[in-house]
Design a protein around this ligand. Sequence first.
Ligand code: 5GP
Ligand code: MN
Length: 337
Amino acid sequence: MAAAEAERLKEILSGCRCAVAVAHVAPDGDAVGSTLALQGVLSGMGKEAYVMLPDSIPATLAFLEGSERILVYSENRAECDALLGRADLVACLDFNESKRVDMMQEALLASPARKIMIDHHLYPQPFCELTVSRPEVSSTSLLLYGVLNRIGWRDRIDRRVASAIYTGMMTDTGNFSYNSNDPAIYAAISDLLSEGIDKDYIYTKACNTFSADRLRLCAYAIYEKMELLPGGAALISLSRSELNAYRYVKGDTEGLVNEPLSIEGVRVSAFLREEKGMVKVSLRSKGDFAVNVIASEHFGGGGHRNAAGGEFYGSLQEACNRFREVIPGYLDAAASR
Ligand code: 5GP
Ligand code: MN
């Protein structure tokens, strides 16, 4: 990080009185971890600081200290609008375009607060006065850790902040199984452990606290619904009625899309979930096969090379057909490179 950029960021963070850390809709561990971490740092400095998310966090992240005070826009719009109206800093973490905050977008853009972005998605939109964008960093939480060190605020990372940062680092790399060759990750983990975080506890809470229904749903999805397509693609889809049969709650299908990648020769995996009025698309890949291109060209979304997503407006059947139709072209193109 250039000295001038670090100086500006430090000046903006130091100068605020009332800060709101926001992240993307359907918040994951990195979104929740990075926002709670920044909130923890700023409130530790005696500032008024909040985390505000478009919708609620998955139950698996409720162990994070401070998560009980997260403001949820979809549940408390009036209070959130008022806060965005009086805040003097909005920190946008783990997203690159304002539409990723969904129904919060209008209030976010209308807020008179100064805005900064700290994020690791490609192609950041210019809606903040300072944009710290590092697509090569595996998680926004690790990026925030680096930024805090760079501006000389390492001593403001206490155990609670460290736990939040570690959670984001862990979840965005599939427990350090992809995007995870950067030595800086392990230097950071070592340092965070020195703050007294319990990484085994964090893993258990984030990954081993699901319901029996959730495991049965995933088993059903793999056993009954997984389609293997020629060339190394896998497709799983779940309809509303299938989800209902297993009493689906938010977060239950998190990680399911990764499972087919454990099959030798499968390079790309898609999971399509029927939601109200649209189909949510999740894509994952191994190696240099890029799925963010597929997400943006066919599903109005984006993401990273190996993890991307989007939405499809049409039936679940149509969404599946779209994937089946377009995937051979991408596989052929990759094979001929
Ligand atoms: P997931 O499959 O876990 O929902 O999302 C994986 C990644 O894909 C996210 O971290 C995000 O970068 C990207 N992503 C998922 N859904 C969308 C979407 O609707 N729009 C955009 N632009 N990116 C998405
Ligand atoms: Mn992230």
